[in-house]
Ligand binder design. Sequence first.
Ligand code: PHE
Length: 377
Amino acid sequence: MTQLTDQKTASLSAIAAADSLDALEQERLAALGKKGWVSLALKTLGQMSPEERKDAAPAIQAVRAEVAGAIDAKKAALEAAELEAQLASETIDLTLPGPHTAQGSIHPVSQVMDELAEIFADLGFAVATGPEIEDDWHNFTALNMDESHPARAMHDTFYFPDAAAGSQDGTTGGTRMLLRTHTSPVQIRSMKAQGAPIRIIAPGRVYRSDSDATHTPMFHQVEGLVVDKGIHLGHLKWTLETFFKAFFEREDIVLRLRPSYFPFTEPSVEVDVGYSNEGNRRVVGGHGDDDGHDWMELGGSGMVNARVLEMAGLDPNEYQGFAFGLGIDRIAMLKYGMNDLRAFFDGDPRWLKHYGFSPYDQPTLSAGVGSQGRAAS
Ligand code: PHE
């Protein structure tokens, strides 16, 4: 019995000292394994007299239970410690900055298109689209420019070769295809598709065979069209003023509406905005013709010509409309201070890095439609 007590004491302290699950397993085998001292002690019971066994059996079982209990407790403690150590070593700090990645930016034209959509959506306009490869009828004829109309010549049109349908000089032909020279054909398509009333803007690419510092063969326009009962020039003026104040984010915008001529509007007005030169930057605001002030033409507009309404299937006695077409690249240059249109389309990443926008600069009316500033350069 004393021997058993000594073995127990030694075993319990070895268990307590075990510093790993492996070491603990060694102690378990030494005590409770087939040849362990507890098992051997249990075997001695067989040779004992019933009297001796009556005392010895519960004593040995008690030792066995005590040792087994100590092993279980130690095992749980070692496993918990091991898990702690693993968790500590595998920690990932999610607050660390991400790896450096190449960053793109939003082109100013895309940014301004988003700004336009945001402002006009607030005024109840939907965004409409039309094909860039357009037919002669939608681009010209339905806009009151029949085949012999001199205004056609002013558009420097890119025609697709189409021997069957007519000549390429614009004098004959029916379904001849071309690259649309303005976004105005979307007026026709929208009126034919949805009838009246109508309130849309149509931003997109247009093409003319022309190139210098302020003209590129491809550029961007936004068309606006409102058709309803009782629409008049005052609605057009209010809409343009409200739009430009929101777009340039200042109240002192001064517009000049100049009498003009477009075959598809009557009367027609050209829209100029007053600006001043501050340093080498053009800044809108104030009115033109003072010292350092001038006007910049932003686009054309007018009341939709009754013939155009008719050609699009509407009754001009019932409906009136106004339309405008603005140069998106121009208003982008004026707002964000670029001075060469060609750089817009050079695809130079350094230019984009300087003038581009972060994808986080989402134009919203609450946060400002563009005053968050350009992407850091
Ligand atoms: N489509 C004309 C242009 O490109 C602009 C315009 C649009 C004028 C709508 C009047 C009405 O020059």
